[in-house]
Design a binder for this molecule. Structure first.
Ligand code: HAM
Length: 418
């Protein structure tokens, strides 16, 4: 074999596609019920957009972006996530002038040059939603509920909601100072990467999977303990609404997100079915991003989920059955002289709304019947030279057994009635 799919990318083969279509259909239905409209942005943008929003010191920007120079020597990047492009589009098209609250959703491929493993790919698919324009805990709860509703509609059972607040520019610097002071005294015991994080992006130390770092930071100060009054009040209201709706959650004081644009509410849905890459979806508030991109002060919240991870979970729970291809009719033709008749018949059947196929390989009748079986054809029409002379076709019922002779010009009508 000369060529292979690029490491960390995957083909979605025809047998698996029905699963994807089904999951996508449910996502679209739920998004529609929640009144989110679909948006599709390009899969590449100018690099600056992502550096500015995701943050220079994040893993994504530092080592995972697919960045290239176009012919005009401009730096472009395959989108590693959907939020920054949507905010760009929101501002570019003045969507905020048409509605004070803009609710958008998306489904599509994202690109991150990570070390591939189960549930971690270099090209993966996300679905997500962004609600731009409201600073009310109600919308935070709607976004969380939207996640849940999609899971429920897919009958997913194994997941856990982790919730945290990561403060705002008024209180976060206090936390960062506390954290840095705490970690500095343990610097030598931290892994090399956390030593760098300590200097450049200390919050990310909480995301380290290294056992020593987890132990060293076990009692480290957390954001939730030093929230300013506004953030504290906001978080309390989010929690109260969740309680009111009887949504179960776990307050995870160590939850930090891998992107720098977040403020206040941060959440993740994790699943024990996934192993180390255990987050199905994640999101939170990003109240400063719109103004950072040059727009008016506009609060916003959103989330994104990994389709591959969700499908993995559903498969593990046995919630996705592989759907077999089914044909309404297979037209078996025998001999050169029958080909034109076969061609005309499949065309007629298809225009009558029947899914059908015919032989294109000059196979024997036995081989054609095998093919019809393989494709789960409900009916087979057999036409040989003798049938042409008699102006009939033999219609075989593959489900109930038995066969009938039907006039060639009546076959479509006959099959439609069945
Ligand atoms: P994120 O946490 O970077 O957030 O990604 C969201 C989800 O995408 C993850 O929970 C995971 O399921 C999936 N994902 C991420 N990287 C990979 C990968 N390499 N392979 C497979 N799946 C992956 C965001 O992207 C934010 N834009 C979410 C958001 C929207 N926040 C506010 N609005």
């Amino acid at each position: 074999m000369k060529y292979k799919a690029i490491y960390g990318t995957h083909d979605i083969l025809p047998d698996d596609l029905p699963k994807w279509e089904y999951v996508e259909k449910v996502i679209r239905q739920v998004m529609c019920l929640y009144n989110y409209s679909e948006i599709r942005t390009p899969i590449f943008e100018q690099t600056e957009l992502f550096i500015r929003s995701i943050g220079e010191e994040t893993d994504i920007v530092k080592k995972e972006m697919y960045t290239f120079l176009d012919m005009g020597k401009r730096s472009m990047t395959l989108r590693p996530e959907g939020t920054a492009p949507i905010v760009r589009s929101y501002l570019e098209h003045n969507l905020g002038e048409k509605a004070s609250l803009v609710k958008l959703f998306y489904i599509g491929p994202m690109f991150r040059q990570e070390r591939p493993q189960k549930g971690r790919l270099r090209q993966f698919n996300q679905y997500g939603a962004e609600a731009i324009g409201s600073l009310d805990p109600l919308i935070d709860v709607e976004i969380i509920n939207l996640n849940l509703e999609i899971f429920k509609n897919l009958n997913l059972e194994t997941y856990e909601l982790h919730l945290n607040s990561i403060g705002c520019p008024a209180c976060r610097p206090v936390h960062i100072e506390n954290l840095v002071n705490y970690a500095k005294s343990r610097k030598n015991k931290l892994c090399r990467e956390c030593q760098v994080r300590l200097e450049h992006n200390p919050l990310r130390m909480f995301d380290c999977k290294n056992e020593d770092c987890i132990q060293e930071l076990k009692d480290a100060p957390v954001m939730l303990d030093v929230l300013c009054d506004d953030c504290k009040k906001y978080f309390k209201q989010v929690v109260e609404y969740l309680d009111y709706l009887k949504i179960k959650y776990l307050i995870n004081k160590r939850l930090v997100r891998g992107l720098d644009y977040y403020t206040r509410t941060a959440f993740e849905f994790k699943s024990s079915l996934l192993g180390t890459q255990d987050t199905i979806s994640g999101g939170g508030r990003y109240d400063l991003l719109v103004s950072d991109f040059g727009g008016k002060d506009t609060p916003a919240i959103g989330f994104a989920a990994g389709m591959e991870r969700l499908i993995l979970c559903l498969e593990k729970e046995g919630k996705l059955k592989a759907k077999q291809n089914e044909l309404d009719v297979f037209v078996a033709i025998l001999g050169e002289k029958v080909k034109q008749t076969g061609l005309k018949l499949v065309q007629e059947l298809r225009s009558n709304g029947l899914k059908c196929d015919m032989d294109f390989l000059n196979r024997s009748l036995k081989a054609q019947m095998r093919e019809a079986n393989r494709q789960n054809a409900k009916k087979v029409v057999i036409i040989g030279e003798d049938e042409i002379k008699r102006n009939i076709g033999i219609v075989k019922d593959m489900e109930k057994g038995g066969q009938e002779e039907v006039g060639l010009d009546k076959i479509a009508e006959f099959l439609n009635e069945r």
